[in-house]
Design a protein around this ligand. Structure first.
Ligand code: FES
Length: 602
């Protein structure tokens, strides 16, 4: 039997399959989950891949319906249409991946020269001579001065008492971690310092554990933000914090505790200890930033929505409760204004939008969506409260992106085809599934522009009005049914209306119309997996050719990582934050009009 090897990138999975196997089947055999809601019949158009090396077969009719001639020439194909006839190297974009693989492709990496704030130096103290009465810390400082020219080093007060014991335990051999003339950590010989980059989102927290000597991400993980228990959006959390110091402290501890837990989980995965993390960078919107640091938020909740701090901060990690190296620091990137915070700066940094020559709109979709417009050398930004609907909240059968969540959906006449995460029996709808459902119902004529549901064999009257049965009783996991209600559609109208209105106000500010936009960059966990076609159908984004959209993953987390491994990037972040012209939408009369219009589905 003739076999061929297929490399799936950027997942890095390699698989050998018999000649003639479809690429979709080869991916399945390799454990690479490719979205295939039509089951490989070539009708859903979701299993898009790009052949980088090897024999790309002639496009089929199905390929021709999905890709432009330029895309076909560039090697784009539907995985279900490709027979493996040679060794292949294939790129699988995040939008074609089912969730279990998504963690591995969290954002587009950008190569920057390594220039971390901390550096480690290998030291071996010679055995103590009888007449040498210098304390261990002095011997260590003298050795660093002689070997590396590091003079007048200060020593962190928490590290000071540990130096004697550690050096005795390790026979005088250690890696000394220095930051800006200060000794912040001591590691056993052969252990190099780690860094932690955190995107503290309103709903989710993402963290990367990074080797600070190579810049490589060792592990990345996400967790829910436990502050959710105190309110789903930033306004509810600010209200809770305003109840009193105790309540504000509850919120601070919830966030800090979650970051400590994530850091613990990450270091355990690579067999290291939390104390080996020498530096952390945390980004979040202004409210998350302030709640994490225990800064006052009252003024953020009231017009004119003033931040307490916008400058970048370098703080002792222990002072904010982060349990990393004894003398380790946490760096917080600058905020911009209002709710547009350090996470947006991080997103601008990692996507390169700040230096784009063409007209670019950037959307960082979350419970709060930040919108940026780059045009004519200027940067405009605003923040819209898009709410947690795309996280599955406030939706009757909504759920997080977990096994069993419908993530892709197609409706033809009375038939509903769907793809669930992990191919598990359907139990609910995650964000991309909800958006697909609304777009498909609109295209099928079941919804009108106002979001009202028309008669259909699958529409019935539920407790709170009409609802469309996507998965009938007995068909779903645990026999559950999955429906989308009129009220759910209303939640999506609010969320997408807020985003679109934000885009339109920025375009108006710059004197542009949607057709002037050359590129739309969509970031954020939901933004990565959303079907752009569905987003266009419901009017969440302007109706531009799909080739103008780019989905970049968790760009804020990648920006935090860039700031972690490069002080130059930190300086650049500060420059970018100063360049941004912030538009406060709450008091902007244009926003109300745009929002009312953008609530329509079209
Ligand atoms: S699985 Fe290939 S088009 Fe649907």
């Amino acid at each position: 039997m003739v076999t061929h090897q297929v490399d799936f990138e950027p997942i890095g999975r390699r698989h050998t399959c018999p000649k003639g196997t479809t690429l979709l089947e080869a991916a399945r055999q390799a454990g690479v989950g490719i979205v295939s809601i039509c089951g490989g019949r070539g009708t859903c158009g979701h299993c898009r891949v790009r052949i980088l090396d090897g024999l790309a077969p002639s496009p089929t009719e199905a390929d021709g319906k999905v890709f432009s001639p330029e895309e076909l020439a560039a090697g784009y194909r539907l995985a279900c249409q490709v027979e493996v006839l040679s060794e292949l190297r294939v790129h699988v974009p995040p939008t074609s991946l089912t969730t279990p693989q998504r963690i591995q492709v969290e954002g587009r990496e950008l190569a920057v020269p390594l220039q971390p704030a901390v550096r480690s130096y290998k030291v071996e103290l010679p055995p103590r001579a009888l007449q040498d009465l210098r304390p261990e810390v002095t011997r260590l400082r003298d050795a660093l001065a002689t070997q590396y020219g590091l003079k007048r080093l200060t020593v962190d007060s928490r590290l000071l008492p540990r130096i004697l014991l550690r050096l005795q335990e390790w026979d005088g051999a250690a890696n000394v971690v220095v930051r800006d003339g200060e000794l912040v950590d001591l590691l056993p010989e052969g252990r190099l310092p780690l860094g932690l980059a955190v995107d503290l989102g309103t709903t989710k927290i993402a963290a990367h554990l990074v080797d600070l000597t190579t810049g490589e991400t060792l592990e990345a993980r996400g967790a829910m933000n436990p502050q959710i228990a105190y309110g789903e959006d930033v306004i509810a959390r600010i209200a809770h914090a305003m109840e009193g110091e105790e309540q504000a402290e509850e919120l601070r501890q919830a966030a800090v505790g979650a970051v400590n837990d994530l850091a613990g989980e990450l270091v355990a995965l690579v067999g290291r200890a939390r104390q080996e993390i020498a530096e952390a960078v945390v980004v979040g919107n202004t409210a998350m930033h302030h709640l994490f640091l225990g800064l006052p938020v009252r003024q953020l909740g009231l017009a004119p929505y003033l931040a307490a701090v916008i400058d970048p901060l370098d703080l002792k990690a222990r002072d904010v409760g982060l349990e990393i190296a004894p003398g380790g620091y946490v760096h917080l990137l600058p905020n911009i204004a209002g709710f547009v915070g350090a996470d947006h700066v991080a997103m601008l940094l990692s996507t390169g939008i700040y230096r784009a020559e063409e007209t670019v709109v950037g959307l960082d979709i979350g419970t709060n969506t930040e919108v940026v417009l780059r045009t004519g050398g200027r940067l405009f930004a605003c923040s819209t409260a898009s709410g947690p609907a795309f996280e599955g909240a406030h939706i009757r059968d909504g759920m997080r992106a977990a096994p069993g969540a419908i993530e892709r959906l197609r409706i033809t006449d009375t038939h509903v085809e769907y793809q669930t995460i992990g191919d598990a029996p359907p139990v609910g709808l995650c964000g991309s599934g909800i958006l697909d459902a609304v777009a498909q119902l609109l295209e099928a004529g079941v919804l009108d522009e106002k979001g009202s549901m028309r008669e259909h064999s699958r529409v019935r009257r539920g407790k709170s009005g009409p609802e469309f049965v996507l998965v009938a009783q007995g068909e779903g996991g645990d026999g559950r049914e999955v429906v989308i209600t009129r009220a759910d559609v209303g939640e999506i109208q609010l969320a997408k209306g807020a985003m679109r209105a934000g885009i339109n106000v920025l375009l108006d500010e710059a004197g542009l119309s949607p057709e002037d936009v050359d590129k739309i960059v969509i970031a954020g966990a939901f933004g990565t997996y959303v079907d752009v076609g569905s987003a266009v159908t419901v009017g969440m984004v302007p109706p531009l050719p799909l080739s103008r959209f780019v989905q970049v993953g968790n760009a804020a987390a990648i920006g935090a990582k860039l700031a972690l491994i490069s002080t130059e990037q930190r300086a650049l972040a500060e420059e970018i934050a100063r360049q941004v012209e912030y538009i406060e939408l709450t008091n902007d009369p244009r926003f109300v009009g745009e929002f009312t219009q953008a609530m329509f589905l079209r």
